[in-house]
Design a protein. Structure first.
Length: 102
């Protein structure tokens, strides 16, 4: 496997005990990850890796996604946001509407 050009981290609200608890999990982060993986495949974006994370401590903005190496934080994320974010990645830009600016 080659090194990915982008890495997307999706908050899955896992805490120290390993149990998903927070807002991101309760708002369907798991199904969003499935949607994200499907969109990446459909778009042929095989240079993008996806990982679930522990709690990112931005529960009021959840579900939250981070795109590296750009360090763009997005939230709240839904399927429409994922589409816009993937479009922005493909265009080398930022999905401003969903950007977390704190």
């Amino acid at each position: 496997m080659k090194k990915p050009k982008h890495h997307i981290f999706v908050c899955a609200s896992f805490r120290m005990s390993g149990a998903p608890q927070g807002v991101c999990n309760k708002k369907g982060a798991g199904s969003l990850i499935q949607y994200l993986e499907g969109e990446l495949s459909d778009r042929g974006m095989d240079d993008v890796a996806v990982s679930m994370t522990g709690c990112l401590k931005l529960c009021d903005k959840g579900p939250v996604m981070i795109v590296y190496p750009e360090n763009h934080w997005y939230g709240p994320v839904d399927e429409s946001a994922i589409d816009a974010i993937l479009d922005a990645i493909a265009d080398g830009g930022v999905a401003e509407k969903y950007c977390i600016s704190e």
